[in-house]
Design a protein around this ligand. Structure first.
Ligand code: BTN
Length: 263
């Protein structure tokens, strides 16, 4: 069911990403869903934020739970033809942008394929890239755990541990200021990733999966192997046997153990 959405407050050009506008809604079901159904009202770079997102969507048909006042939930409309990397790679550029934004608080964030952001192996941000009905429109959704406490998060021993800015620093954050810092990080990453090769090298510098033996769950199957990085198409590469390499477009990745890089 579509939730009620009061009129947004729309900021001036430049208040969003790369010259776009900031649209702030008190409540939306999902900022990605709203942006996808209002492509024609938006311009590339427009950023749609919901103060309260009631039915956030995550990757692999999961839900994204974001308590109002303690999380940032927003989507940015992008024109993928304006970027030098293939559209599916924009989620990876954005994950690097979040890492750059979090560096403002000296937080050593890392990226995890396909486009999660982790601190100390706990997820702090998730990204959902969705294609619009036009080839020159794409919606990038970002959820960041800001002032969440342990009570807001699933128990740490579960398979997918999470964290927040507050848990990492002991401070409480003003959401609007965090949003602006993240947007500057996203803009900086978009400039830095001027080619697929730049993206791969930036990714490998911040890669949380480096030197790991992994398990990937994909299409109901579990495959294990040594992580070899990402290829120019943004696929995950695993060595699954002596001299056998497999590429994956999507899936749920879990670390099994650390291995030395010369193993
Ligand atoms: C994931 O890690 O599974 C991706 C989570 C993406 C959540 C964000 S919150 C803003 C935007 N709107 C949504 O419905 N989802 C994304």
């Amino acid at each position: 069911m579509q939730s009620f959405s009061a009129s947004p407050i729309i900021g001036p050009p430049g208040s969003g990403f790369n010259g776009g506008r900031l649209w702030v809604f008190p409540e939306l079901d999902s900022t990605n869903s709203w942006a996808l159904t209002h492509l024609e009202d938006l311009q590339p770079g427009d950023l749609v934020r919901a103060i309260h997102q009631t039915s956030g969507r995550g990757r692999l048909d999961r839900t994204w739970i974001a308590p109002p006042g303690r999380s940032l939930t927003f989507s940015i409309l992008l024109d993928p033809t304006q970027f030098p990397v293939a559209p599916p790679l924009l989620g990876q550029v954005a994950a690097l942008g979040i890492v750059q934004g979090l560096a403002a608080w000296n937080l050593p964030a890392r990226v995890k394929w396909p486009n999660d952001v982790l601190i100390s192996n706990r997820k702090i941000a998730g990204l959902l890239l969705e294609f619009g009905s036009r080839p020159d429109r794409l919606v990038l959704g970002i959820g960041l755990n800001v002032n969440l406490t342990h009570a807001d998060l699933p128990p740490a021993q579960l398979r997918r541990p999470a964290t927040s800015l507050q848990l990492e620093t002991g401070q409480t954050f003003e959401l609007e200021a965090v949003l602006q810092t993240l947007v500057r990080g996203l803009e900086s990453a978009a400039r830095q990733c001027a080619s697929p090769a730049d993206l791969r090298s930036a990714w490998s510098e911040k890669d949380a999966l480096r030197d790991q033996l992994l398990q990937i769950e994909t299409s109901g199957e579990i495959v294990s192997g040594r992580y070899l990085g990402i290829n120019p198409e943004g696929q995950l590469l695993l060595e699954t046997g002596e001299g056998i390499q497999q590429n994956f477009w999507s899936g749920d990745v879990e670390r099994v153990r650390h291995i030395s890089s010369d193993a």
